[in-house]
Write a protein of this length. Sequence first.
Length: 249
Amino acid sequence: MSSPAVQAAKATLAGIDLSSYDPKQSRLMDERCILVDEEDNAIEGSYTGHLMENINKGLLHRAFSVFIFRPSDGKLLLQQRASEKITFPNMWTNTCCSHPLDDFEAEKVEENQLGVKIAGSRKLEHELGIPQSQTPIDSFQYLTRIHYLAPSDGKWGEHEIDYILFLTADVTVTPNLNEIQAYKYVDKEELQVMFKEEGHSFTPWFKLIARDFLFGWWDELLKRRGTDGKVSAKSLAGLVDSSRVVKMS
C-alpha cells in the first residue's frame, strides 16, 4: 500500500493537462521513479512526475548522473537538453542524467549500485544512441551520492538522491533529437570558460557537482593515467567516501 503522500502525488499528476507539451516527453512523465528517504532507503510505493507540488510534500526519488570521459585525452562528453524537455529544456549538462525505474526489477538492485548502472546504460542508449555494448555495467565507477532540490519553473522540478557515475569509453553517439539538441567533448579549461560565458545555461545538478567535486576528481583522473597514456574511471575507486549521502544546496 502506497503512503498517503504517494497517493496524493498520483492524484495530482493525473489532474495535470500535458497536452501543450511534446507527446513523447509527456509519456515519459508517466515513468515510475523509486521513492527513497533522505538516507536513500527505498520506501514502499513509487510515483510519477516532477511536480513541485509533490516535491513540496517531501517526495524524493533515486537518480543518477553519468560522466563519460574519452580515454585518449580525458575530455568530458556534454549534452545540451532538447527544447522539447519538460524540465530544464535547452540547458547544458553532463553526459546523461535520469532515473532508475520501479518498473524494472534489475534497476532496483542496490548491491554495488547495480540498478543505477543498468539504468545508466539504458538511458545512454535512449538519449545519445550509444550502444549498450559500449557501456558495460562493470565499467561504471560509482563515486558518491548527492541530495539536492531544484525547481525548473513554477510547476516542475527535481528532488533527488543522485548517484555520480564516471565512465571512460570510446563511444558512438547517435543523438535522439527529442532528448538532446547538441553534444560536444570539452577539456577542463573549456568547460570552465563555458561556465563563465554568457549565453550558456546549465542544469542545477551539474552546476552543484562541478562546484564541489567535478574539477578535483577530473584532476585525479588525469593524474592517474595508465602506462598507455589513457585515463580510466576505475582508477578513482576509493577516492572518496562513497558510503554517505552528501546534502547539497
